[in-house]
Design a protein around this ligand. Structure first.
Ligand code: ARG
Length: 475
């Protein structure tokens, strides 16, 4: 077994099982690009401040770029003995360029190095998540537009409540996703702080220039307290929390999708390409994607709980417990991006059964509020009107008919205020059209919501593009 990079004060090498237990290379290797970009910025700063020579800096930068290429071409040999991505790269660098490689870690600790890498990584992935949020939002807007005059029952308690536009329902999810987008914007801001230069915990005795590194890596600001810089994992907690809320939204949408494509509802049909069959029951067409998104929500919430629990009892500053921050957030990043991407496909491929949705409105009593509102507009107090409409529903149920089937005489037996225009007043289209209060389900209001959604999409796109431009690329 090779001697560890920190082996100076040790007389024995690390036990093999312990080595494996404490290694993070298996998962933190995905931050290789960030590690190399961070090291290039650090070495450039060391040379600029006269801490290492220009010649050494040049060797280091070239060596790191070669390593980047080796990794990207799949030729890099990751070693568990070298614990993590930071030491794997540093060891390879020293092998390749000799003594200069040993100067790279001057004025730096793995504690501020890993914090830097993770900040860069999360900052980059937030932008990727936002891209996928935008894609799903586009899919929802397209569907809301395509089905702009489709009427369905809106529900409370999963009981038919009032007629609404299908587009209105879809745009509710658009709104949730725009809050998700904004939450990730907040995560971005908290990841956009530069920790390097904190050293192990207390700063460094070398005359470093943190602002220079900040500028090279395009960070908005710098941690003002070195202890905080190496022990802060708020941005990871915030990512996991924004990711959990987002997944909860997708899970609710999934639950509705699953219900809607049951034979009982039959409101929508999913594309064959987005479903699977049963190995035994030939008739089955299962909405697996929606079920999986609903299922994966639990995993992402689990990562949030795990990280909160990990951090809650930690003394300052760095503790190895913090290495546990990575697997959860990496998995959450993959899960959220994948779930958003597949859901955009599901929405785009979804066929809507307008006739079934409409029937669910007409062959039911979701216009009972409108019947009461009709009487109120003719002067009756709402409480009284509520009772009359309730009586009408009761009578209809007894007779096995619906409100629209009642004759004018039947209505007038319940109240003399009813006139011939009652039929028109309780037609589903009228129920929808009349809910014209701001944010309501009327054709006009949903049209305004669509317009606002498109404007918001344009703003979000600009935010996304500006953040994407700020990412660091080693060329
Ligand atoms: N692999 C470690 C992590 O992910 C890097 C920091 C290690 N620092 C230390 N003092 N052991 O947290």
């Amino acid at each position: 077994m090779s001697k560890a990079m920190w082996g100076g004060r040790f007389t024995k090498s690390t036990d093999e099982m312990i080595n494996e237990f404490q290694a993070s290379i298996g998962f933190d290797k995905r931050m290789y690009h960030e590690d190399i970009a961070g090291s290039i910025a650090h070495a450039t700063m060391l040379a600029k401040c006269g801490i290492i020579s220009e010649a050494d800096k040049d060797k280091i930068v070239k060596g790191l770029k070669d390593i980047l290429q080796e990794i990207e071409e799949g030729e890099f040999d990751f070693s568990v003995d070298l614990e993590d991505i930071h030491m794997n790269i540093e060891k390879r660098l020293t092998e390749a360029i000799g003594e200069a490689g040993g100067r790279l870690h001057t004025a730096r600790s793995r504690n501020d190095q890993v914090a830097l890498d993770t900040h860069l990584y999360v900052r980059r992935e937030v932008v990727e998540v936002q891209k996928e949020i935008l894609n799903l939002q586009h899919a929802l807007v397209e569907a809301a537009e395509r089905y702009s005059d489709v009427i369905m029952p809106g529900y409370t308690h999963l009981q038919r409540a009032q007629p609404i536009l299908f587009g209105h329902h879809l745009l509710a999810y658009f709104s949730m996703l725009s809050r998700d987008f904004a939450r990730f914007e907040g995560v971005y801001q908290r990841a956009d702080i530069m920790p390097l230069g904190a050293g192990a915990l207390a700063g460094t005795t070398f005359p470093i220039d943190r602002q220079f590194v900040q500028q090279q890596l395009h960070f908005e600001s710098i941690y003002g307290n070195s202890l905080d810089a190496v022990s802060d994992r708020d941005y990871i907690l915030e990512f996991l929390s924004a990711a959990s809320i987002l997944m909860v939204h997708l899970s609710r949408l999934s639950e509705e999708t699953i219900l809607w494509c049951t034979r009982e509802f039959s409101f929508v049909e999913l594309d064959d390409a987005h479903c699977t069959g049963s190995s035994m029951m030939p008739q089955k067409k299962n909405p697996d994607v929606s079920e999986l998104v609903r299922g994966k929500t639990g995993r992402v919430i689990g990562h949030l709980m795990a990280m909160l629990t990990t951090v809650k009892g930690l003394p300052l500053a760095y503790n190895k417990d913090l290495q546990e921050d990575k697997e959860g957030i990496f998995d959450a990043i993959d899960t959220v991006k994948f779930s958003l991407a597949v859901y955009a496909q599901i929405i785009r491929g979804m066929k809507v059964h307008e006739d079934v949705m409409k029937r669910a409105v007409t062959e039911d009593f979701s216009n009972a509020t409108d019947l009461a509102d009709y009487l109120v507009k003719k002067g009756m107090p709402f409480r009284e009107a509520h009772a009359v409409s309730g009586q009408a529903v009761h009578d209809c149920i007894e007779k096995g008919i619906y409100l629209e089937d009642m004759s004018l005489e039947d209505f007038q037996k319940l109240s003399p205020l009813f006139e011939a225009d009652v039929k028109e007043a309780i037609a589903p289209e009228t129920c929808v059209k009349n809910r014209n209060s701001f944010g309501g389900t009327s054709y006009q209001q949903v049209g305004l919501q669509l317009k606002a959604a498109k404007e918001l999409l344009a703003t979000e796109q600009q935010i996304h593009d500006a953040a994407a431009d700020k990412q660091v690329h080693v060329d």
